[in-house]
Design a binder for this molecule. Structure first.
Ligand SMILES: [Zn+2]
Length: 335
């Protein structure tokens, strides 16, 4: 039985999931060796980790069908709870900003040690853009001479934030958000109201898990709405007030809160573009509509376009470890 989480994750990524299953199937049939490095890139919450784990399940399943896992056997269960002898993961340590060399060395030696059978050993790197220089170099050596039956999957929100040397030695799979149509149909099946779905699909940027959170979690929805309200309010204030507002509310206190702030701003900035194109009916944040017209005519279309571009750039800067506070201040100054 296909789990709900899996069905949801596959909404935008069915082609990639099928391609990976086909690789697993070919490997089983022909003995083709898949050892080496793979990068799954795509926006946060798009299902990169679930897709990687599904592939690992397909590769290690005791009774897979055409490379797809049965999701019933002991191996599939062990992988589902993240506790399989042939699975090794690399994360950043709790108190550290980057993935340091020590855990990276442990990861590599575990990967090499485990590869003593015909089964694959699956190494998962959760935030590959956070590898520090020494870690990336250590990893590179492993990628250049992959052990037999060792597969490394690096997950990254932004391909550009990875060292070019790592990217060039890897096969890249890009994961995408679901289309509005596909996601809306999925949510309609779940009996949510049409108007709420429109808002959830737009605010989640087509990422099913975020859309469901928005619809199911009232507290989260309220806090996101409050942030949208506030950002919209400060857009019209003098620069000094805008800067102190960021500080006061700690919107850029860390990279996670800065990302949330930028995501909220993207919704507003896209709405401004829609209003400037007189497409008010497509506006997502309906509560902002009243104040949009005055702001849009004050800022002008060119500045709004520039701000939209600056938001994309800000995402990139955060992934490249520029200080979150500096990234947000730069945005506010250029608004
Ligand atoms: Zn299985």
């Amino acid at each position: 039985m296909i789990s709900e989480a899996l069905k949801m994750n596959n909404l935008g990524n069915q082609a990639v999931v099928n391609q990976l299953a086909s690789l697993a199937h070919q490997s089983r049939l022909s003995g083709l060796n898949l050892s080496g490095s793979y990068i799954f890139s795509g926006p946060s919450a798009v299902g990169k980790k679930q897709t990687a784990m599904y592939w690992a399940q397909g590769l290690l399943c005791l009774s897979s069908r055409d490379g797809h896992p049965c999701l019933q056997c002991a191996s599939c269960h062990q992988l589902a709870i993240g506790n399989h002898p042939n699975l090794v993961t690399l994360d950043r340590e709790e108190d550290s900003k980057l993935v340091g060399i020590e855990p990276t060395r442990d990861f590599i030696s575990h990967l090499n040690r485990s590869v003593d059978s015909d089964s694959y050993c699956f190494g998962l790197i959760n935030e590959a853009s956070l590898l520090n220089e020494a870690s990336a170099n250590a990893l590179l050596k492993t990628l250049e001479e992959p052990s037999r039956r060792a597969i490394i999957v690096l997950l990254a929100d932004n391909l550009e934030a990875l060292p070019k040397t790592v990217v060039s030695r890897s096969q890249v799979f890009r994961l995408r958000p679901a289309s509005s149509k596909v996601l809306s149909e999925y949510l309609l099946e779940k009996s949510f109201e049409r108007s709420a779905i429109h808002e959830a699909v737009a605010i989640s940027g087509g990422r099913p898990a975020l859309a469901l959170d928005w619809l199911n979690n009232d507290k989260l929805r309220q806090s996101q709405l409050a942030r949208l309200d506030y950002l919209l309010q400060i857009a019209d204030q003098p620069l000094s007030d805008r800067l102190s507002a960021l500080d006061k509310l700690k919107y850029g206190a860390d990279s996670e809160s800065a990302t949330e702030t930028i995501d909220s701003w993207k919704i507003i900035a896209r709405d401004w573009l829609l209003v400037s194109a007189q497409a008010d009916d497509l506006v997502v944040y309906r509560r902002g509509l009243d104040s949009y017209n005055a702001l849009v005519s004050r800022l002008g279309r060119q500045r709004i376009l520039n701000f939209n571009r600056a938001l994309v750039e800000a995402d990139w800067q955060l992934k490249a470890n520029v200080s979150p506070k500096a990234v947000l201040e730069n945005l506010v100054i250029n608004l």
